[in-house]
Design a protein around this ligand. Structure first.
Ligand code: ADP
Length: 259
């Protein structure tokens, strides 16, 4: 079996995931981008010894992309399972990242899978698949995007056990970033302090705060020998905004925090 990828829990999420899996309940992870949701799911799949199918949803993603379609192969038309169908057949974990981005017909496919029937009807092949006990559906979404059209509908949301993810507490984030980047914890501490100062600006000028992912990138650049200021600019400021005024404000916060 593959090694279990490192994941530092923030609360009861490991137990919740295990209970949900054991009781065949689907799980919804809410939280900003880059805060560890994907890593958590990868960790849990390895821990439970289940294969994982991850799909990053986007606005062109249709139900057929998940369930499958007929493809022409050497003159024949052959049915090819999509990732959701494969996960159901194999009793795997299927993770749909940013599920609200997908087309509306995706929710139609998810509904019968997320109630106690746990069914996946494949209209095109005439099959009706019953999900085995080990199959689990996990979806994530980012409530931070202030897009009403993209909010998850209550009728869908209420089919899942849900948990909220946030950025790790400072001490935990220092450990995570040090471990992921190889930069000594003492050098990560000021970066985490800066990330939190920048996160405090969220809402005023910024849609999203610095993610743990960006902190890991920044620490990785520093560890690789990039000067501190340049690493901060490229990994913690430029990715956050395209607005020159906001960029200036972020730079001032960085100068002030890092001294
Ligand atoms: P999301 O799926 O929420 O967008 P990811 O799971 O891809 O975010 O997290 C981005 C990166 O942040 C990971 O690759 C990992 O390096 C790091 N990370 C964030 N939180 C944790 C955590 N709790 N434990 C271990 N690594 C983490």
């Amino acid at each position: 079996m593959d090694a279990v990828p490192f994941y530092a829990p923030a609360g009861n999420e490991v137990a919740l995931f295990e209970h949900a899996h054991r009781n065949r309940l689907p799980l919804l992870l809410k939280g900003p981008t880059g805060c560890g949701k994907t890593r958590f799911v990868t960790h849990m799949a390895a821990r439970l010894g289940r294969p994982l199918y991850t799909v990053s949803c986007h606005d062109d993603l249709t139900a057929a992309d998940l369930t499958g379609r007929y493809l022409i192969k050497g003159g024949d038309t052959v049915w090819t399972d999509g990732p959701l169908t494969r996960a159901v057949r194999e009793g795997a974990i299927c993770y749909l990242d940013e599920v609200v981005e997908a087309r509306k017909d995706v929710t139609v496919v998810l509904h019968p899978l997320t109630d106690d029937r746990r069914l996946l009807p494949l209209e095109r092949t005439g099959e009706l698949l019953e999900a085995p006990p080990d199959f689990m559906l996990v979806v994530s979404y980012n409530p931070g995007y202030q897009n009403v059209l993209k909010a998850l509908k209550p009728s869908t949301r209420q089919r899942f056990v849900a948990m909220e993810f946030g950025f790790p507490k400072p001490e935990a984030e220092v450990d995570i970033v040090a471990r992921e980047s190889g930069l000594p914890p003492g050098r990560v501490v000021p970066l985490v302090r800066l990330a939190n100062a920048l996160r405090d600006l969220k809402g005023q000028d910024l849609e999203e705060g610095v993610s743990t992912r960006l902190l890991v990138y920044c620490a990785t650049l520093i560890r690789s020998g990039m000067p501190l200021g340049e690493a901060i600019l490229s990994a913690m400021i430029e990715p956050l905004t395209d607005d020159p005024e906001v960029r200036k404000a972020l730079l001032r916060v960085a100068e002030f925090t890092m001294g």
